[in-house]
Every structure is written in C-alpha cells, then in structure tokens.
Design a protein around this ligand. Sequence first.
Ligand SMILES: C[S@@+](CC[C@H](N)C(=O)[O-])C[C@H]1O[C@@H](n2cnc3c(N)ncnc32)[C@H](O)[C@@H]1O
Length: 459
Amino acid sequence: MKRQGQALAEQGKLQQANALFEKLSRQHSNDADIWFMRGTICGSLGQMNECVSHLGTTLALQEDHPGALFNLGIAYLKLEQPRNAVECLLSLLRLEPQHRDAHLSLVQAYSDLSQPGDALHHLEELVQMYPNEVQYLFDSAQIRLHTGDPNTAIAELKRVLALKPSHREALKLMGDACKNIGDTLQAATHYNHALKLTTDDAQICREIGLAFKSMQMFDHAIHSLGKALKIDPGQKNIHYHLASLGVGAVPDKAPNDYVTKLFDYFSDDFEEKLLGQLEYKTPLALNTLLRKHLAGNHALDILDLGCGTGLCGPVLRDIASRLTGVDLSPRMLDKAREKAVYDELLVGDITQHLFPPDRVFELIIAADVFVYIGDLTSVFETSQRLLEPAGRFVFSTESAHDSTQDYVLQNTGRYQHSQGYLTALAGQFGFTIEEIIETEIRKNQGKAIIGNLALLTKK
Ligand SMILES: C[S@@+](CC[C@H](N)C(=O)[O-])C[C@H]1O[C@@H](n2cnc3c(N)ncnc32)[C@H](O)[C@@H]1O
C-alpha cells in the first residue's frame, strides 16, 4: 500500500495518495516514513499547517529524518517563519553538510531574516562546492553590494565574468558596483557591455546617461537618457535629469525618491565631504546672520527644514527651547539623531503640510535645502503659516546668474534662485526682508559657489 501511495503521489494524484497515507498512518502510527509522505503530500496540496504537523510527527519518531528536516524547513519558509526554517535546515546540514538545497534555502531564510552575513556564509559554502556555478558568486556579489562592500562584489563579479563574459546581469551589477565606488568610466563601460547583450533596456540606458552626465559628456548623456525615456516613458526621474541638461520643461522640484536615495546614500560621508572638500559654511553663516538680528537671550521653538545630518542643530541649541528637524532622507535623520540635540526628527517633504494647524514655531531655518526645490511658493506659504507673528525665516539659496528667471535648474541637479524672485515671494507671503547677503557658500570642484543668505521676519 505504501508503494501504491508513492506511485499515486508520483503520478500527481495527490488527493488519492493523501487518503491512502491517512489510512496507513492510522494503521502504522509509528512508521516515520508514512508520516513523512503524509506531510510531504499535504505540502504539495498547499495544506501547510497539516504538512508541518505531520512532518513534526515524523521527526518525533525519527529525529534524524533528512527528508522531513528539509521539507519542514521549506514549509516554514512558505509559512514565512524563517527562524523555524533555519533550525530545521541547520539540523539537516549537521547530518549532510554538503546538502546543496539546504544551503540554498538557508540563503533565502537568512535573507528573509535580514541577516546578510549568514546568507553570505552559505553562499560561500556553495561557491566552494560548485566553483564553476556562476549564480552563487553572482548572488554573493549582489548581497555584498547591498550591504556596502562594493570592492568584494567587484572581485566576485570579475570571477563571474571570467566564467561567463556575457552574463548580462553581472555586467549590470558590475556597473552598479563601479558607480558605487565612484569609478564612473568603468561603470559606463560595463553598462555598455550589458546593453550590447540586450535589445532595449531602459534602466541600463538611464544608468549610461547618468554616467555620461557625471563625466560631463552632456550630449551623450542626453542621447542615452532620451533613449531610456523612449523605451520606457515611465522611467523614474528621467524628465528631471533631462531638464537639468536643458531638455524639456523644468520641474518644480527634485523628485522625492531621487532626493531620498541620493542623501541616504551620501549620509555616511556627507559631513566629511561637505565640511572638508566642499568647505561648506552655510549653517555657521546663517547663524552669524541670525545672531546679528537677535539681541539678548532666547529660547525659541525652532524648525529646521531639510535638517540633513543636523549641522544646524548644535549651532542653534543654545537659543532653542525646542528643536524640530524634518528631512526626506531617513539615513540623514539617523545621523542627526546621533547628535542628540534635536527634540523631534520627522521624515517628510517640506513642501507638504507636515504639522497640525495649531502648531507654530518662532524660527524656521533651511540651510542648503532650497537648491532641491525650484518653485518655492509652497515653502514660503508653509513657513508663513507655521510661524508666529514676528517669527524669523532664515535660509540659503544658490544665486542665479540670470536675474530674469525665478529659478534655474543646473546640470548638477541643483536649482539656483534669483534675488528678485526671493524678494517677490517675501512680499507675496507677508515677510519683511531684514537682510539678504550674497556670498560664497561652498566650493564645487575648487570653484566658489555663490549664494544668498536671507533673514526674513513675518509681519
Ligand atoms: C545639502 S543637504 C543640507 C542639510 C542640512 N540643512 C545642512 O545644512 O547640513 C540637503 C538636505 O535637504 C533634504 N531635502 C531636499 N529636499 C527636501 C524636501 N523636499 N523635503 C525634505 N527634505 C528635503 C535632503 O534630504 C538633504 O538632507
């Protein structure tokens, strides 16, 4: 009967096989293999709770049953219980250390558990057992890149490409890894190889376009970005990048997901790069401007728009009764939190309504944030609404050379604003301009960037 049940299962007659093994398990309740078959068939029928229960019975009768350990591990993965899956699969590996599928399933379980280090350990085992199997090296490289180890990813991808030079996904990933370490030329080269192996891949065209853009090869960039848009008109943020190269209408602001990704990515090196290489001075300069107009002691309720890693926080703490920061980038906010000077930090878009109608502040600061927003109408409107009467609004912008335009989107992806535009907005939203200073705010590739520092008071 056992054989007959097995044959039925092999022929895909699962319901009949199930009925047979149910009967058999009543007759031979101590036979581990019968419970194993019942559990396995229930798993194939999608009856996961029964599957787990019967495989559990199997293991109670025979704790070293390899099939039951494996199938139970898989059942737990399907039931989204990766921790239980890990327990079963590790027990199996103690019996059969070379069990390929157990290692593979552990990679999945540890990935589900967000334990990339453990997932990598099992990929390493697989790579050792199957050195010519490119998939394991590729998967390993992918995890390493996502966990901030681009150099090891590159080394592994080189091995993948040595084994299979036309591995398109590896070429793409190599492009990403090279981009990650700032080797734009190599990134473009690998993306180009990948593109040769496919007909139309909008994402690769986009990456090539962005690589050309950062190498200041603007015509090539426009060509590749345009191609990406043609292949997939829904490609994210392409209009913004093309507009920054003078093609198409200029959007009101940088796309939120672009800003979030950019600053999440830069959050670790942001301060070192800005304060060191770029000689960024805006928080200090805005503070100096502010103190010039604030006599005596103060305990102000302060809102820091686009607070980033919180460079304004420590500068303002001594005049703050409460300090609130808002930013689009959660990782920048993590850095701000480490400074322990803010009372509240919120993820949000400063052009949107972020606070209840009765929440007001006495000072709003925005240092080097409006460079990501072209049309400042909503920010002025929000600041006007959020400030108490006589509240201060202090911010910086980059200066537009062309004073006939309100704002200009540069090829750096940053907006410049004209002083005339700032003055008009101040008038429109009931602010008195206390002072606007045009000055060097930071460097870019050794050249001074000129900006406006403004202090306004709500009438
Ligand atoms: C150059 S950083 C400046 C950070 C900080 N104010 C300083 O002076 O160090 C610009 C910050 O503005 C944030 N940002 C840009 N657009 C934003 C928006 N619409 N809403 C909220 N934050 C934004 C970015 O995430 C980034 O952290």
